[in-house]
Write a new protein. Structure first.
Length: 493
């Protein structure tokens, strides 16, 4: 049993909700029910009664102008309704007298088919043979023709034509779905969402620090390196918004918000500086936006307008412009390729003895002259570089392959290196590379080759013929026994 006090509380709360959210809140019974249950949980039955959605097969309800009714008659459960609610009776009789919300304000001024506008007449309780309290006597006209109605043995049609049209629409809806239910389906209270203001869209020119955003981690880190510092892009993905509250921004119309997280990467120096020293920026189709300065985190969001083709993280350290795509993480065509690798060092650690034959007898200062000697050789390691001994390869897609080795010989001591003519590097594809002397003024020299930056395997060949000059100025030729040493930068060991 529902008492009148509960009904009154519900009625008053409906008025409060309409004032708070607008009249449209009453258009959806499911939304209205959920809001009422939030504030009046104890009056569930009254709320369900007030927001019930029903199928109806009404054909002959009675219409009464509520303005003509006494105030004390406008309550639920009587033959006449509250001004805020109408009752619809099915053809099954009074036991099926069902009620649904029909706000006075919603009815008044509601546009209807044919240009009609609803006045204050609403459909009410069970049909009766009693004469209506207002309006003309029934005539021969049809319903919805501007005030004329028709009589029948079960009820009488009267009232303004707009109200009749509204009732006719409700009856039609009853044959195919729920009355006042959006799309014909009643919504569950848990799915109710109170409308809020739309989030503003970014202009497409923003680049902001976003410490609270968590972009998706990349499966393979994208990196750019320079001599003294490097930068890695660890995470990169699109996001739905950036900021919060009044400062929240959605993507530009048809565009994107791209979030990315940075970290310090590989560099040529033994101790690398922070990525913040690189003066990074982002370019969007060539439009340069400096990365926000300061220590406000390592995550940023850039807005890209509709039709954007390129979004790149860029730097220009040591005279080499480089870029990483923030669309897919790919490197730019002019990046220093070898500094983006992490497999640039191979520990060789091989020792061997090489026989050397001279074209003349030579003395080692400790006995008679000889023309056969034995070198004790140690090949320590091989490493790929870009910046080495103040020199750089001929292009960013090349690298220096530096081979650290030495040999000892009686009379010459230790830390000697092979002559350039007696060391060659052959890459996995069969290409041969000679030694490049990058320190011509160094009496010991270096064993360095300029190779493609993506070189991963190859073979060092020690041995061959070389020309030299004895300490007394006599030229001679030496023939060095051949030794092949494999190099493999892809070997995890």
């Amino acid at each position: 049993m529902i008492d009148d006090a509960a009904r009154e509380r519900v009625r008053r709360q409906i008025g409060t909700l309409r004032a708070q959210y607008g009249a449209a809140v009453a258009d959806d019974p499911a939304t209205l029910r959920a809001l009422l249950l939030d504030t009046l949980p104890a009056d569930r039955k009254a709320i369900e009664e007030a927001t019930a959605v029903h199928r109806v097969d009404v054909v002959e309800p009675r219409i009464v102008d509520v303005r003509a009714l006494p105030a004390d008659a406008r309550v639920w459960g009587d033959d006449v309704p509250s001004p805020k609610f109408g009752s619809v009776q099915s053809s099954g009789g009074s036991a099926n007298n069902l009620q649904a919300p029909l706000s006075e304000d919603l009815v008044s001024g509601l546009p209807l088919p044919g240009g009609l506008v609803a006045d204050h007449a609403v459909p009410v309780g069970p049909p009766s043979d009693d004469p209506p309290p207002v309006g003309p006597r029934p005539g021969d006209g049809s319903a919805g023709t501007g005030g004329r109605g028709r009589s029948s043995r079960r009820g009488t049609w009267i009232a303004a034509g707009a109200a009749v049209m509204l009732l006719a629409l409700a009856v039609t809806a009853g044959a195919s779905g729920a009355l006042w239910a959006e799309g014909g389906d009643a919504k569950e209270p848990g799915a109710t969402k109170v409308p809020r203001e739309e989030v503003a869209r970014a202009t497409g020119h923003e680049l902001v620090a976003a410490p609270d955003i968590s972009p998706e981690n990349l499966t393979a880190t994208s990196t750019m390196g320079a001599r003294d510092a490097g930068v890695d892009v660890h995470a990169l993905s699109e996001v739905k918004s950036v900021g919060s509250g009044a400062n929240e921004l959605a993507p530009p119309e048809g565009g994107k918000l791209i979030a990315f997280r940075l970290g310090s990467g590989y560099c040529a120096a033994g101790s690398c500086e922070s990525w913040r020293s690189l003066n990074l920026a982002v370019t969007v189709d060539g439009d340069r936006r400096p990365l926000p300065s300061g220590d406000d985190g390592d995550t940023f969001v850039v807005a890209a307008p509709a039709g954007t083709r390129t979004v790149d993280l860029v730097m220009a350290a040591n005279g080499y412009p480089q870029e990483l795509s923030l669309l897919d993480g790919s490197p730019g065509p002019h990046n220093i390729a070898v500094l983006a690798r992490d497999d640039v060092y191979d520990i060789i650690d091989q020792r061997f003895t090489a026989t050397v034959r001279a074209s003349i007898a030579l003395t080692n200062g400790a006995g008679p002259g000889e023309n056969i000697f034995y070198r004790k050789v140690h090949v320590e390691s091989a490493q790929l570089h870009f910046f080495l001994e103040g020199k750089r390869p001929s292009s960013p897609d090349k690298a220096f392959l530096n081979v650290v080795h030495s040999y000892s010989l009686p009379g010459l001591g230790k830390n000697n290196v092979y002559a350039a003519a007696t060391v060659t590097f052959i890459s996995a594809d069969g290409s041969r590379y000679p030694v490049r002397d990058i320190t011509p003024n160094d009496q010991y020299g270096n064993t360095v080759f300029e190779v493609p930056a993506d070189t991963s395997k190859g073979t060092l060949i020690f041995g061959g013929k070389a020309s030299d000059v004895a300490t007394n100025g006599t030229p001679f030729t030496e023939t060095v026994q051949t030794k092949r040493i494999p190099i493999d930068f892809s070997d995890d060991d």
